[in-house]
Structure formats: structure tokens, C-alpha cells
Design a protein around this ligand. Structure first.
Ligand code: HEM
Ligand code: SF4
Length: 551
């Protein structure tokens, strides 16, 4: 876990005081709405349907128990006792009072958190896999590289007013949990045949109204040139990206309009001036930043404890949870544990202040005081000894954080929709509840297996509906909420955009339509064939016929 030095702390503290002054001037009427807009967006503050919405950065989704306790205290003191985790691993507060936001930022700064660059047309929080550093499959831990990007991109004067927001994600190894192919820049941390560390670089991925899968513009970039190459990409984008139409301003549109070869050529030309300069990351700096990560004092004999086997044998509920909510760890005798923020009742990704405190305590007790937030809007305790899994599970059950549904249909990624977001066309949270109610039989849920369901309340696609195995998009038809369904999408290593199933369905028909859709799957699947593979094999048509059969 990276720890601020004095300079980092000073920058963040000064930013709080600047924003305090800006807010006071706005409240006194000395700054217009427009003038204040640019300033508040630089500090993660949106004005939404109900109240301002504050987005707090959780760099690459790793944070400490102390930071989580501070977030709990903030939600108690300044909000309504809960927070909402997003697909980009940040946390949002939906009810702060504008005049209190500077105090919230001050409380965040005390625990090395901030809201800088969580909104606005700048480089946002770099994200990565929630199993970074503990997965045996990755080539190397991406988080030091995320941190290096953070240090380079934070308050970078040249890239403070890009044509549009800019999102970077890094993955490593065969499994992509960071949706890198649908980011403005996606990076895959790899090793050359000679054993040199480097990145495969993708650009121009993204969702929203023009969904695109990223294109590879460099098969191998030496790792120490990461910053110089990103700087080259950002310069080309900053210069050539459209500023006349915000719907055509993302880098994906530029790459598409120019063609990926022409875009690559411009980046390579720009890079010729930048590589090998002071932007090359010195070995000592890579070593300094890397030293902050993954240095936990793991017990060498953790695998020796065999009590887990007897619990697995005797307790069925624990067995389900172990199977679905825990994940292999590179150190023998440890597991990474996912805490489900997808309860039977409640908005996906929400967490109460009480739960935040409980998770912080459990992290201290069982996982070196560290927590991860996931792209799928859950939390992870990444370093739990197998001997502690049973007691951890019991505590999580009590805190309503142990629903054994990770990767299953009810582990939905859902944006706040019309209840909170002023851009929404339709509600999402009521539909999420409808799906939860309709699919409450766990045997059936396990039988239909791994299915990613993503639901957005409008075309901005905050919940990545295009890349859900099942995607649901809320649309407004003459003042009524309707839902368009896509199938066959994926944000993983096999990334693909889903295909529209057919006409949109009314709000009260969504769960029933999904049921019919899944009946088709159960009828035609081959042995052990996942839903997504089945869709890929047979195409949309059989599912369409089944889904609309009696509707
Ligand atoms: C409620 C306040 C929110 C507002 C006003 C908002 C607004 C937007 C807008 C306008 C875009 C499209 C920008 C573009 O394509 O240039 C966008 C994209 C996005 N938002 Fe939100 N959002 C909100 C909440 C959320 C939440 C809660 C999440 C996570 C669940 C989220 C995650 C994302 C992501 C991942 C994208 C990128 C989609 C893509 O790849 O194009 N946002 N948001
Ligand atoms: S997808 Fe639309 S409705 Fe949902 S949070 Fe984003 S902007 Fe709001």
C-alpha cells in the first residue's frame, strides 16, 4: 500500500483549502454556477437529482482499514450513513451538503484520501484487478505501475482539460478483471521472451453511446517507458481529439476516425521525442514504488492447518460461500475473499457505515488491514489464512456480507439510475430488486452458473451494460421506463459487445423475460457450457424466440 510522503500530503492539504475558499466564494455569490462547475468537477463533486454527489478516489481499488473507518465516519457525519462503490472502484456519497464538502475533503486528507480527478475531463483513477499481487497467474503486480501513473497524472497541467475524460486500466496474466479492452487506454503487463517486463498497449476502447473494443497499438513497450508513451498518446489525443461535440470527444472516436494505423504513427512520432528522456522511469524509482506493495508477513506454515476441510464437510452454507466467494492465492494456505455487496435486499454496491466499520475490523484481524474494492462493486479481503476462513465467514454472515453469489446472476453491476442520477432515462434499482426477488432460489442460481448481468439507467453506460453477458439498458418511451436487453457481451480477456435481443420490455416484464431467456439456455446448453459460450455458439436467435415467446 503506497504511503504519502510530505509532498503528497501538502498537495492534498492545499487542494482542500483552495476548494474551501472556492466554495465560500460560490456560496457568497462571487462565483457563477459555470465558474464553480469547473472547480467542483476537479474535486469530484457533481450536482445530482437529490443533492450533490461526491466521488472519492480509491487508487487502483486498494485501501486500508483506517481509510475505510474514515469513510464510515464521513457517511455518518455528513451523509446518510452509507456509501456506494462504483465500477471504477471509487466510492460515492449521494447526500452531502455543498457547504460541508470542504470539511469532508479535510477529513479525507487526514487519511491520505481525496476526490481530485474523480470527475471532469482529466485522467481518472487508474484501475486494476482486485486480485492484483495475490494471483499466481499474473506476470507481475500491476499496482506499482498504477501508482506511477497516478503520480504522473495527478495535477498534470498539460492534461487538466482534455477533450473528454480519460480512463486507464492495467491487467496482467491470462485473466482480465479490469475490463482493459473497454478503457481509453488498456495496458497488459507482460514479459518478453528475454524476460523483460513491458506492456501491450491498447487504445480507443469505451462504452457509452458509441461502444468500442480497444485496438492494440503496441505489442511490447519496455516498462520503464510507460510514462513517456502515455504522454505521447495523451498529446496526440489532446491535439486532435474533437472539442466541438462532447459526444464525439472520447479518444475512441478519434482512433476510429483516423484509423488505428494513422493514430499509431502519430503516437510513435511523438514518442520519438519523449523516449529515453527524463520521462523514462529510473530503476530506483520503480524499486521505491514497488517496495510499497505486497510485502505482507505471510505465515509460512499456513497450509498446514487442516481445520478448513472439516468445516467444508460439515457446513453446506459455508461450502457454498467458500466455493463462490473465495479465490486461490499465490501463497499456499491463503485465499482471497470477496465480500458480497449484492444482498437480497438493497442497492448493488451500497455499504452502510456499520458494515464499513465491521469490514475495517475484519481486515485488521484477518487480512493485514488492507481492503480492495472491485470493478464488480464488491469488496475483497485479499490475504486470508485458510484457518481463519470459517470465523471470517460467520462474521460476514452476521453483517449481511456473505451472500454466496459472486459471479452469479444476482451479483449484478448496476448504476444508480433515476433514483439518484440526473442523466438517467429509467430506474435501475427497482429492476435490480425485481431480479433479486425472481432469482432467489440458490440451487437454480448455481445451476445457471457464471453470468454477468450489467444494468445502466441510460446510454452513458456507467454499469457497462454492453459488456454484460446479459446487459440491460433503461430507455424512456413517452415518459415510461422500458428496458432493452443485450446478450453475449464480455469485459474480460474475451471482450465482446453484446447484441440486442429484440424490442425493449416494460418495467414489470424484465425478470420474466430473463427467466424465459435462461430457460432456453438450460434447454440447449452442452455439458458444462457457460451461458456466454452457449450464446456464442448458437447466436441470439434461439434466445430471442424463447424470450418473447409468450410476451
Ligand atoms: C450519479 C452520478 C453519475 C453521473 C452524472 C455519471 C455520468 C456519466 C457520464 C455522462 C458518462 C459518459 C461519459 C462519456 O462517455 O464521455 C459516464 C460514464 C461512466 N460512468 Fe458514470 N455517472 C454517474 C455515476 C456513476 C456510477 C455510480 C458508476 C459506477 C457504477 C459510474 C461509472 C461510469 C463508468 C465506468 C463510465 C464509463 C463508461 C464507458 O466506458 O464509456 N458512473 N458517467
Ligand atoms: S448510466 Fe446514466 S443513469 Fe446510470 S449513472 Fe451513468 S449517467 Fe446516470
Amino acid at each position: 500500500m503506497y504511503i504519502y510522503n510530505d509532498v503528497d500530503q501538502q498537495i492534498v492539504n492545499e487542494r482542500v483549502e483552495q476548494f474551501r475558499d472556492q466554495t465560500a466564494r460560490f456560496l457568497r455569490g462571487e462565483l457563477s454556477d459555470d465558474e464553480f462547475l469547473a472547480l467542483r468537477l476537479m474535486n469530484g463533486l457533481y450536482v445530482q437529482r437529490q443533492a450533490p454527489m461526491l466521488r472519492v478516489a480509491i487508487p487502483y481499488g486498494t485501501f486500508t482499514s483506517e481509510q475505510l473507518r474514515a469513510l464510515a465516519a464521513i457517511s455518518r457525519k455528513f451523509d446518510r450513513g452509507y456509501g456506494h462503490f462504483t465500477t471504477r472502484t471509487n466510492i460515492q456519497f449521494n447526500w452531502p451538503k455543498l457547504e460541508e464538502v470542504p470539511d469532508i475533503l479535510a477529513d479525507l486528507a487526514r487519511v491520505q484520501l481525496h476526490a481530485i480527478q474523480t470527475s471532469g475531463n482529466c485522467i481518472r483513477n487508474t484501475t486494476t484487478s482486485h486480485f492484483a499481487g495475490v494471483s499466481a497467474l499474473e506476470v507481475s503486480d500491476p499496482r506499482p505501475w498504477c501508482e506511477l501513473i497516478r503520480q504522473w497524472s495527478s495535477l498534470h497541467p498539460e492534461f487538466a482539460y482534455l477533450p473528454r475524460k480519460f480512463k486507464i486500466a492495467i491487467t496482467s496474466g491470462p485473466e482480465d478483471r479490469a475490463a482493459t479492452q473497454v478503457h481509453d487506454v488498456g495496458l497488459d503487463l507482460i514479459q518478453s521472451e528475454q524476460g523483460e517486463l513491458g506492456f501491450k498497449v491498447l487504445v480507443g476502447g469505451g462504452l457509452g453511446r458509441t461502444p468500442k473494443i480497444g485496438k492494440v497499438i503496441r505489442e511490447f513497450l519496455p516498462a520503464n517507458e510507460l510514462i513517456s508513451y502515455l504522454e505521447a498518446i495523451l498529446r496526440v489525443y489532446n491535439l486532435h481529439g474533437r472539442r466541438d461535440n462532447k459526444y464525439k470527444a472520447r479518444i475512441k472516436i478519434l482512433v476510429e476516425a483516423m484509423g488505428e494505423d494513422a493514430f499509431r504513427d502519430l503516437v510513435e512520432q511523438e514518442w520519438q521525442h519523449l523516449k529515453g528522456t527524463e520521462l523514462q522511469i529510473p530503476e530506483a524509482e520503480i524499486a521505491r514504488v514497488t517496495a510499497f506493495f505486497g510485502k505482507h508477513p505471510y505465515a509460512q506454515d499456513a497450509a498446514a492447518d487442516l481445520s478448513l476441510d472439516s468445516y467444508l464437510e460439515s457446513d453446506e452454507a459455508f461450502r457454498h460461500w467458500y466455493r463462490h466467494n473465495t479465490h486461490p492465492h499465490k501463497v499456499p494456505g491463503y485465499r482471497a475473499v470477496t465480500l458480497s455487496l449484492k444482498p437480497q435486499l438493497g442497492a448493488p454496491g451500497d455499504i452502510s457505515e456499520l458494515q464499513m466499520d465491521i469490514v475495517a475490523n475484519l481486515a485488521d484481524r484477518y487480512s493485514f488491514g488492507e481492503i480492495r474494492s472491485t470493478h464488480e462493486q464488491n469488496l475483497v479481503l485479499a490475504d486470508v489464512q485458510q484457518a481463519n476462513l470459517y470465523s471470517l465467514w460467520r462474521s460476514l454472515v452476521e453483517a449481511n456480507l456473505a451472500r454466496a453469489n459472486i459471479g452469479k446472476l444476482t451479483d449484478m453491476i448496476v448504476c444508480p439510475g433515476f433514483d439518484f442520477c440526473s442523466l438517467a432515462n429509467a430506474k435501475t434499482l427497482n429492476i435490480a430488486q425485481q431480479i433479486n426477488d425472481a432469482f432467489d432460489d440458490v440451487d437454480y442460481l448455481y445451476d445457471i452458473g457464471d453470468i454477468r448481468l450489467n444494468m445502466s439507467g441510460c446510454i452513458n453506460a456507467c454499469a457497462h451494460h454492453h459488456v454484460g453477458h446479459i446487459g440491460i439498458l433503461g430507455v424512456d418511451k413517452k415518459g415510461e421506463d422500458w428496458y432493452q436487453i443485450t446478450i453475449g457481451g464480455s469485459s474480460r480477456e474475451d471482450a465482446q459487445l453484446g447484441k440486442v435481443l429484440g424490442r425493449a420490455v416494460a418495467a414489470d416484464e424484465v425478470a420474466d423475460t430473463l427467466k424465459r431467456l435462461l430457460e432456453v439456455y438450460v434447454d440447449i446448453r452442452r455439458e458444462d457450457e457457460r451461458f456466454i459460450d452457449c450464446v456464442r455458439r448458437v447466436g441470439v436467435e434461439p434466445f430471442k424466440e424463447g424470450a418473447y415467446a409468450t410476451a
